[in-house]
Design a protein around this ligand. Structure first.
Ligand SMILES: [Cu+2]
Length: 468
């Protein structure tokens, strides 16, 4: 690998956390860069030489124009995760565009159709398991929530430059290295945690990472979220991890969930939530408990956490230890069954579907092959559906791994028995679970549909859904 070899000339100041500017035009140079992680110098790839990339923030209806300058030694693209935009702007290599070649530039330009919390990332190969991601926040024309302060928090699992490269990790999984990887901290005694309904088991992940980062920072040197007593605080949680599901809780506080995947839901108060790869949750926290508190993201099936600190003005308390698990992690956990779409969510189709498509998820953990309807992506034909039809996908997960399934270009309703399930773009399908989603095929083109666990995606768990 030539990581970092040509980074110096292109390097800019790292982008830190809340660094967005309100402008429609962005320059995103994707470039090798160095940063410090847990006392070690790491070389990786990212946008404008930072982790995460710069926050892109604009208003619903504005035009986003982003010029990507590819300074990597290989091709790249940007996918605008969750936004239903014109197909040619969707950034899937060899499906919606050829990769942007090394040394080349490409400009994405489209009108932002919806508000909410999204993110952008490379869709080429294993690049997503580097730092090629950043937050994308679309403000509504009229904000209906009332809050005093907001923070965007990106959760990431990190191994690049610490435990080889993502490509080497994939190779080791393909040669049978996965069974052992998952053994660490198998989550014994973590079943039957409190809360209502059926709390999902914690499955051992395929990859246990050396670091879990929040806004690019390891637990030993966390980001501090500074708040004042009495404030209402909005947190935008984005799981931009490649292979990790998290349970998230804020010590000493409850969270009111207001959105998932950018779309509004009826508010639900919980102690903890579970967030799969590619999912987002917006929550409100009432800051009524002065001190310094752990905002923990525990990687499911492990004992490891990523964290930020929630620090009140005037508090001189010392922070909890890096690995402290808030007791809230064991209390009421958000489940899909608790969510209903708010009336203003993107209009879903109702009634009976026009087309029903069975989607079987399966895999061979030994050979590390992951399939949709028993075929890997490279050998499969597209799933073709008609335009402006009410489509139902009936998932059946026949594997022993959870799969965060992501459909490009559309929102879908998760059928959770309420009749008004949440509108989402990414949904976790549990091992051996059946789950139904409904969507309106109102966006023409070839749309990627895949598991957002990138090692599964790269090993076959992807399809093109052709809306024609
Ligand atoms: Cu998967």
């Amino acid at each position: 690998m030539v990581l970092g070899a040509c980074g110096a000339a292109e390097r800019r100041a790292p982008s830190q956390g809340q660094n967005g500017v309100r402008a429609a035009g962005y320059d995103l140079e994707v470039v090798p860069f160095d940063f410090e992680l847990g006392g070690r110098k790491v070389s990786s790839w990212g946008y404008n030489g930072g982790i995460p990339g710069p926050e892109i923030r604009l208003k619903e209806g504005e035009t986003l124009r982003a010029t990507v300058r590819n300074r990597l030694p290989e091709g790249t693209t940007i996918h605008w995760h969750g936004l239903p935009i014109p197909n040619e702007m969707d950034g899937v290599p060899d499906v919606t565009q050829p990769p942007i070649g090394s040394g080349e530039d490409f400009t994405y330009e489209y009108k932002v159709p919806v508000s909410g919390t999204y993110f952008y990332h490379s869709h080429v190969g294993m690049q997503f398991d580097r730092a090629v991601y950043g937050p994308l926040v679309i403000e509504p024309q009229q904000e209906s929530l009332s809050y005093d302060r907001e923070f965007t928090l990106m959760l990431d699992d990190w191994l690049d430059g610490i435990d080889g490269t993502p490509e080497q990790k994939l190779e080791s999984l393909e040669s049978g290295g996965s069974a052992m990887a998952g053994m660490e901290g198998m989550g014994e005694g973590m079943e039957g945690m409190g809360g209502t309904g059926e709390v999902p088991r914690q499955w051992p992940p395929d990859v246990v990472y050396p670091f879990y980062l929040v806004n690019g920072k390891p637990p030993e040197s966390p980001e501090e979220l500074r708040v004042n007593r009495g404030e209402e605080v909005r947190l935008r949680l984005i799981n931009s991890s490649s292979a990790s599901i998290y349970r998230v809780a804020l010590q000493g506080h409850r969270m009111t969930v207001t959105h998932t995947d950018g779309q509004p839901v009826e508010p639900v108060e919980v102690n903890a939530l579970r967030i799969g790869q590619g999912e987002r949750y917006d929550v409100l926290v009432n800051a009524g408990n002065p001190g310094v508190w752990q905002l923990a993201a525990q990687a499911e099936g492990t004992k490891k956490i990523g964290r930020a600190l929630f620090r009140y003005g005037g508090s001189s308390a010392s922070p909890p230890p890096a690995d402290f698990e808030p007791p809230e992690l064991g209390k009421k956990l958000l489940l899909y069954d608790m969510l209903t779409a708010a009336p203003e969510a993107e209009a879903p189709p109702g009634g009976e579907p026009d087309e029903v498509v069975p989607i079987t998820l399966n895999g061979d953990e030994e050979k590390y092959i992951w399939t949709i309807n028993d075929e890997v992506f490279s050998e499969a034909d597209p799933i073709e559906v008609g335009r402006n039809r009410h489509i139902r996908f009936e998932f059946e997960n026949k594997s022993m791994m959870p799969h965060p399934m992501h459909l490009h270009g559309h929102f879908f309703r998760v059928q959770n028995g309420t009749g008004r399930g949440p509108m989402k773009d990414t949904v976790l399908v549990e091992p051996m679970q059946k789950l139904t989603i409904d969507w309106l095929s109102d966006n023409l083109g070839d749309w990627a549909f895949h598991c957002h666990m990138i090692y599964h995606q790269e090993s076959g768990m992807m399809r093109v859904v052709k809306v024609a």
